[in-house]
Design a protein around this ligand. Sequence first.
Ligand code: HEM
Length: 534
Amino acid sequence: TIRCQSTSTDGPKTRNLLDNASNLLTNFLSGGSLGSMPVAEGAVSDLFGRPLFLALYDWFLEHGSVYKLAFGPKAFVVVSDPIVARHILRENAFSYDKGVLADILEPIMGKGLIPADLDTWKPRRRVIAPGFHVLYLESMVKVFTNCSGRTISKFEELLEREGLQGRDTIELNLEAEFSSLALDIIGLGVFNYDFGSVTKESPIIKAVYGTLFEAEHRSTFYIPYWKFPLARWLVPRQRKFQKDLKDINDCLDGLIRNAKETRQETDVEKLQQRDYSNLKDASLLRFLVDMRGADVDDCQLRDDLMTMLIAGHETTAAVLTWAVFLLAQNPSKMKKAQAEIDTVLGQGRPTFDSLKKLEFIRLIVVESLRLFPQPPLLIRRSLKSDSLPGGHKGKKDGYAIPAGTDIFVSVYNLHRSPYFWDKPHEFEPERFLAQRNSEDIEGWAGFDPSRSPGALYPNEIISDFAFLPFGGGPRKCVGDQFALMESTVALAMLLQKFDVELKGPPESVEQVTGATIHTKNGLWCRVKKRSDVH
Ligand code: HEM
């Protein structure tokens, strides 16, 4: 049995996972000041054979929206309430850092935005966020359509080949296809490098996947053996990981060098005049180098590029995967989506302007993110003691938490909370169009699309932190609009041409997690040309 105990009274200041683990162990044994918080108890078997976030959901229903959980030497506070999430992510955001997540990601992303400590993060965020301005996004729509076009052509060629054998359907692992597509897009969008992974394999692509695989391994493996002296030389998978990392870093260093050598004042002028239509290379790297001058620190730049490569790749691929999984089980929604695509696009490609008219496709993307949030848990550690609000169904005066408390904000629980959503487990993209008042939930402002005028996609503001597809507060995703447009374009172009069915029963598509929710054995689908368009 797992029995959850109090966490620390005087938490670790260091970012070293080993120290944290031993501190947590000490606190775990000695008890702490979270005494009044509900404690989740469960059989260890609850954690076997299924992802942690699913177990956290059952315990949320049983123990309420703020509870504590410990297994082995680790103890966490689990938050499933919008008012408490808002406090941690926005209102008191600078009292928290990324804790365990930073420990895991630092060897890969260095001081990139996601794991960065607050002092490193603040100036970098100020430099990077403006790179995602509207004209950049507009120019990216062409990258999205070109890359999606390559995927569509690949499917058409495969179908043509099958056609010669008298068959009109191909079986594909769409998760793998979306992964390649998202990798190509992020490479071009962030550093103008064409991985071309939709059509070929290369050592650098293998290195990217190897690194992602290791990040996932580390996020689910509880003993950080890779920190032991000599592990990087003695453990074969760690040796391979070091080699993969070196290959990617060499590639990124080359791109940075090239961007600096080819820095031209005319480009800077164009950037300043925002004349994106005439830029050969509109990538974020170009922007960062051109706007900041040649003096920008190479190491920091590389960490930022690596962070965006990883952050922007798997997440988007996962959204597309689960959107198709949900649509395939809801043929009437698939038809409705295709009808919208036919009306808005006909046989043409999406543009920045026509995306605005693809309302139902946009809602499908966000509803998929509601049901399968990427990542399902946000991780934080308190830098100082804090007082959490009680939250809905919580203790009225909340909980005091000591410095060093590890926290999971469960986006999965928030997104499927029976207290905030009607039929929380059902795929109902239209739900975002309706307003919902706060009713009797004190401290929660309800669900009101008019709170974020002009936003194309529902966000945390309209839902007052009940819907957090990209987090919230100062550390919210910088690539949110990029990712939403990318997913909308890719999904629209796929459904414009093809009908998709699952190959097996939906239950056979098992969920596993690393940083994102993905399938255990791929999303195997039957794909065929739509019969209702010519
Ligand atoms: C942060 C989700 C795509 C770059 C985040 C966070 C979430 C998220 C939830 C907040 C993490 C936290 O608070 O701990 C997603 C999803 C995506 C996506 C669901 C796709 C559907 C992208 C893309 C990029 C990107 C395309 C870059 C091109 C980042 C960065 C951060 C971040 C740099 C760290 C921001 C900071 O700490 O200042 N993302 N993301 N993401 N994301 Fe995304």
